[in-house]
Design a protein around this ligand. Structure first.
Ligand code: SF4
Length: 374
């Protein structure tokens, strides 16, 4: 298949592995964070860490949208869904994320709440049109990739004068999270560079990452999702460090332009504004790291419309998702990994989504079985 097979070619992968082996200096370590959960998934699925020299270490980042949503926001969504007049629409991944008191959206649905899984924001609009007596709330999560479709739904709702549609907005911003990770370096994680996100960068372009190179001296290489994309990006990072460079480079030129998608950016800027601060699972409160609806679209803002409050809530104390999302620990450092916590019985968010580090490592058996057994 065009644009797939040539990026999974075994001979090319072996060639890249040889280049990495000869380029990586013996006298230092290379610690690279792949920010995006899609890259975490690809690294586990294709066993890419097995192709790297031992002194190149990949650190999983917080770029899984389901994983970083704090428990309090899921509790708030469940409370909303329990309102008898509300139909809560959401993507399927969120359904099984553990909330407080052993609850989850899927358990709330089983208990009678009207919660429906949708494939797109437009499904939620269709439900609102078809069922005017229901208050349809779209539970919006995700990074810059999923924000434009939410903006489009709000625009459509306004055009159609839909009075029973609103959005519980939880969209978050990648560069702000990267900044928080870099500012917190030393708290269990040291990073030499980032494998930059693919789809997020297709929307926001290259420029928003410049701060990492200029203020923190960390190189970033925006990478595609295929295995050869990731390996080539790691090689580009190694070469930058060897040459003493700290730049934002774009390996994923077939999808990411320097400016990004200007139309999507304009649409998002028209409908959303920055929150002063937002809580992330693992990172805590991060300034200017999330979006909310502008006052002009207040009618479509479920938080204002239903007076949503976000209760303070704690993760399962045995779950290490917070440290894993900061890059401070790896999935097999968690005592629950593969014992009581599996994709069938997730105890934390990182085991729910296929982009979560725990789910990716468990699904493709990328862990030290001795450590898990002990
Ligand atoms: S294995 Fe389960 S409990 Fe442990 S960190 Fe991962 S998601 Fe949390």
């Amino acid at each position: 298949m065009k644009y797939v097979d040539e990026f999974r070619d075994g001979d090319l992968a072996r060639g890249l592995a040889r280049s990495l082996a000869t380029s990586a200096r013996d006298d230092r370590e290379y610690r690279f964070m792949e920010f995006c959960g899609g890259h975490t998934h690809a690294i586990s699925r294709y066993g890419l860490e097995d192709l790297l020299p031992p002194n190149i270490r990949m650190i999983h980042g917080p770029g899984c949208p389901v994983c970083v949503l704090p428990v309090g926001r899921i509790d708030a969504a469940i409370a909303l869904a329990r309102d008898p007049k509300v139909t809560l629409c959401t993507y399927a991944d969120l359904m099984r994320v553990p909330a407080s008191g052993g609850m989850s959206l899927i358990k709330a649905k089983a208990a009678g709440a009207d919660i429906r899984m949708v494939y797109s924001t437009l499904d939620a609009i269709r439900i609102a049109e078809a069922e005017p007596s229901r208050e349809v709330v779209f539970f919006a999560i995700g990074f810059e990739t999923t924000t434009p479709p939410t903006a489009l739904a709000i625009r459509l709702a306004a055009q159609k004068k839909l009075s029973n549609f609103s959005v519980f907005c939880n969209h978050v911003l990648t560069p702000a999270a990267m900044r928080a990770i870099l500012a917190g370096e030393g708290e269990g994680v040291e990073i030499d560079g980032f494998v930059g996100p693919s789809h997020v960068s297709a929307v926001i372009g290259v420029r928003p990452y410049q701060f990492a190179a200029q203020q923190f001296n960390k190189p970033i290489v925006i990478a595609g999702f295929e295995p050869l994309d990731v390996m080539q990006s790691i090689l580009m990072l190694v070469r930058q460090l060897n040459e003493g460079r700290c730049e934002v480079e774009n390996q994923y030129g077939r999808a990411v332009t320097h400016e990004g998608n200007l139309k999507a950016q304009a649409e998002v800027a028209d409908i959303f504004e920055l929150r002063d601060s937002f809580e992330w699972r693992g990172l805590g409160e991060v300034p200017a790291s999330a979006l909310r609806l502008r006052a002009a679209y207040a009618d479509y803002d479920a938080e204002r419309r239903f007076g949503v409050t976000t209760p303070s809530a704690k993760d399962n104390p045995a779950c290490e998702c917070g440290a894993i999302l900061r890059g401070a620990k790896r999935p097999h450092d968690c005592k629950l990994f593969g014992t009581v916590c599996t994709p069938e019985t997730p105890m934390g968010s990182c085991m729910v989504s296929s982009e979560g580090a725990c789910a990716a490592q468990w699904t493709y058996r990328r862990f030290d079985t001795q450590r898990v057994a002990s």
